[in-house]
Design a protein around this ligand. Structure first.
Ligand code: ASP
Ligand code: MG
Length: 422
């Protein structure tokens, strides 16, 4: 274990940070600096940006119905390359570093192609730490019970890093990426967006699930379960990023905790409206049952309550990529009298206000609806959770809706020049 002043830190570098020898050298310098500051460091790396896509494509070209075991052999190789390159770069700088593949630790995965991490043995890592060394570990990679190479699903290196941090009882897991941290909203839409000093795991999960994709959602869930502090920060700039911590720690960061932490948007939803549904028990179950069986995620749901005995209307959203399949499933029900007509739409966007502060405040949804109404933005569907209010609006209003909500909830950076690009 490190002494009191030292920390044990898992540093994870994403694909853009590892894209090419020049960048890997830069990563090595950051790793060395962290170690020179007296910390114990283990490193998890992604494949070079674009490499995993390339490897997946090769699999598809080789065999349309490829074997998941062989897919894993191919796609896990991107991370094997970058971990070896980083280890040799560090060695060239006089740092005691060595790569360890998933099977060498081992990182036990439940199965092929989108495996879950079952267990990580910390013994090898502890040995490296004890000798003052730095282990460089390929993300995304594990080993099955049978001893075969496995991968953890796209974007899985984040989860590898968090799982390693948990197994090694690290003080923190730092995720180095191509953004400076988590922002109050997309800075490309709102130049006055601010980098958040800290968010809670739950806020991060909501922000990620509504389109603010910085970390793989699974990795945040894992960090939350084990209360492992995360930090998202840029590998290109030497600035603190955003800390992701539990409710218990968030108070330390935000003295004046706001009600809404961030505004997210997601264009990945499609709208389905069914009319002429019989008003009797089981109608909605008969619609959503087959969709669930087809693995289609239904998100927002509105059912217009008819008067007793009248036909009702049902509106809901599904991921755009699942729309065709959803329509096919629903067509079967139409023929059986499940509903009378169906319309679909894809030019919609889901805009969400997220914040743990709204747990104890009732007015957020009303303020959100009011703000949008003032701008003449029509709301097509609504959904809420304890810490989130989401509305579905026409896609052409994306920028306007995000911008006015960002302002209405007091998130604009007062010091930033509104006209300046972020
Ligand atoms: N290289 C893998 C991917 O692109 C894993 C990762 O980078 O997180 O999905
Ligand atoms: Mg990633």
């Amino acid at each position: 274990m490190p002494s009191a002043s030292e920390k044990r830190i898992v540093m994870k570098f994403g694909g853009t940070s590892m894209a090419g020898i020049e960048r890997i050298r830069h990563v090595a310098e950051r790793v060395r600096a962290e170690a020179n500051a007296g910390n114990q460091v283990a490193v998890v790396v992604s494949a070079m940006a674009g490499e995993t896509d390339r490897l997946v494509q090769l699999c598809k070209e080789a065999a349309a119905l490829y074997d998941p075991r062989e897919y894993d052999v191919v796609v896990a190789s991107g991370e094997q390359v970058t971990s070896g390159l980083l280890a040799m770069t560090l060695q060239g700088m006089g740092v005691n570093a060595r790569s360890y593949m998933g099977w060498q630790l081992p990182i036990r995965a439940s199965g092929h192609s989108a495996g879950l991490i079952d267990h990580i043995d910390a013994e090898v890592l502890e040995g490296v730490f004890a000798q003052g060394g730095i282990a460089v570990i390929p993300g995304f990679q594990g080993v099955t019970e049978a001893g075969d190479v496995a991968t953890l699903g796209r974007g899985g290196s984040d989860t590898s890093a968090v799982a390693l941090a948990v197994a090694a009882k690290a003080d923190r897991c730092d995720i180095y990426t191509d953004v400076e941290g988590v922002f109050t909203t997309d800075p490309r839409i709102v130049p006055r967006a601010r980098k958040l000093e800290a968010v809670t795991y739950e806020e991060m999960l909501e922000l990620a699930s509504v389109g603010a994709k910085v970390l793989q959602t699974r990795s945040v869930g894992l960090a939350m379960r084990y209360n492992m502090p995360l930090q998202v920060l840029s590998s290109f700039e030497d600035k603190p990023g955003t800390l992701i911590v539990g409710d218990d720690k968030i108070e330390e960061f935000n003295m004046e905790r706001v009600l809404v932490t961030g505004i997210a948007h997601d264009k990945n939803e499609a709208l389905v409206t069914l009319t002429g549904l019989p008003d009797k028990p089981g109608t909605v179950a008969a619609i959503f049952g087959p969709l669930a069986a087809a693995n289609i995620n239904v998100d927002m749901i509105i059912q217009a309550a008819p008067r007793e005995g009248e036909k009702s209307e049902l509106t809901f959203t599904v991921p755009k990529g699942s729309l065709a399949q959803a329509v096919a499933e629903l067509d079967k029900l139409k023929d059986n009298g499940g509903f009378e007509s169906m319309t679909t739409g894809t030019n919609v966007v889901k805009v969400s206000a997220v914040g743990v502060g709204m747990r104890s405040n009732a007015g957020i949804a009303a303020q959100m609806f009011h703000t949008l109404a003032e701008r003449g933005i029509n709301i097509r569907a609504i959904s809420t959770s304890e810490i989130k209010v989401s509305v579905l609006v026409a896609e052409e209003y994306t920028e306007l809706a995000v911008r006015v909500l960002h302002t209405a909830f007091g998130l604009d950076d007062k010091e930033a020049n509104a006209g300046a690009a972020a």
